[in-house]
Design a protein around this ligand. Structure first.
Ligand code: C5P
Length: 300
């Protein structure tokens, strides 16, 4: 018996960040769009909890109990009073430490896979609650599509999307730590008045219409200056993609993956090729969104 769950990556088309809260987190208005790059998590019964991983970035994935997939299995097992003795295998295609919610995807995927394997009968609300305990972006990995996340980003409202958006993603030569990027955001904002984060009406309308030009004009990421401050070379990647005809270019979440919105799959191929030729990134991927959230792909 085993269960395989497929979970998408995300790009933040808007990431509005408020001032640091007393608990150290930041209030967000976080507009997530799931895109068609996937990790697959397969769970099988085992003598003890263990995690394995394959894929291009597999050597950077922790295989101990700090892995979000392992933490998800433990959290669900504890709630249902059973042992978490499973083998979790992660087929990893989402870049590690890239700002595309790869770790969160594995947490949501393991949760859905263990839930199916164990037949817990947990409600969607219960699963979302466990996701929120695992990390701010994990609930979105479960639901996919497009959503506005407020609070830490974990309180979700699904959003309507009127078409398919095409993207190119440029992966950087090294990762960035999300807490370090938020700390840099705090440092850069010291002594300034940081407004309450609010979702942009223009951006939500552009998503609802499926209009790439309007979306390109409305995207924003308040973490981008902090990511660029820690990783100045990303400016060169953003410039190379813009010069190649991307409608807009931005850092994805806390980075360092950069995201390029394009009009259609043909322009995606042209921008991808130009980015590779610019030698300002490690590799490029094309993907479109919205993509479905965590979905059981195989069971048996
Ligand atoms: O929730 P998650 O574990 O993914 O968050 C990782 C880190 O990112 C947090 O420890 C915190 O430093 C930062 N963070 C934040 N505000 C948020 C989400 C994350 O400061 N809304």
């Amino acid at each position: 018996m085993s269960v395989t769950v497929r979970v998408p990556a995300k790009v933040n088309v808007q990431l509005a960040v408020g001032a640091a809260r007393p608990d150290g987190f930041h209030d967000l208005a976080n507009v997530f769009l799931a895109v068609g790059l996937y990790d697959e998590i397969t769970v099988t019964p085992a003598d003890e909890l263990r995690v394995t991983c394959d894929g291009p970035d597999a050597d950077q994935v922790p295989l101990d109990r700090t892995n979000l997939a392992a933490r998800a299995a433990v959290a669900l097992a504890e709630r249902y009073g059973r042992s978490p003795d499973v083998h979790l295998h992660i087929a990893k295609d989402i870049p590690v430490a890239g700002g595309m919610a790869g770790g969160s995807a594995d947490g949501a995927g393991a949760l859905v896979a263990c839930d199916a394997l164990w037949g817990t009968g947990a409600s969607r609300e219960e699963l979302l609650e466990i996701c929120a305990e695992l990390g701010s972006d994990v609930p979105f990995s479960l639901v996919g599509g497009a959503a506005l996340g407020i609070g830490r980003g974990e309180r979700l409202t699904p959003l309507e999307v009127g078409g398919t958006f095409h993207w190119v993603f440029a992966m950087a030569g090294r990762g960035l730590s999300t807490p370090a990027v938020f700390r840099e955001f705090d440092r850069l904002g010291e002594g300034t008045d940081i407004p309450e984060p609010v979702a942009s009406g223009e951006l939500l309308a552009a998503l609802a219409k499926g209009d790439p030009d309007a979306l390109a004009a409305a995207v924003s990421n308040d973490l981008q200056p902090a990511a660029l401050s820690l990783f100045p070379e990303l400016a060169g990647t953003l410039a190379a993609g813009r010069a190649a005809g991307a409608l807009t270019a931005l850092v994805s979440g806390s980075g360092p993956t950069t995201a390029f919105l394009v009009r259609d799959p043909e322009s995606a191929a042209a921008v991808a090729q130009a980015l590779l030729a610019s030698e300002t990134c490690r590799t490029v991927r094309m993907a479109s969104g919205p993509a479905p959230g965590a979905t059981v792909a195989a069971a048996g």
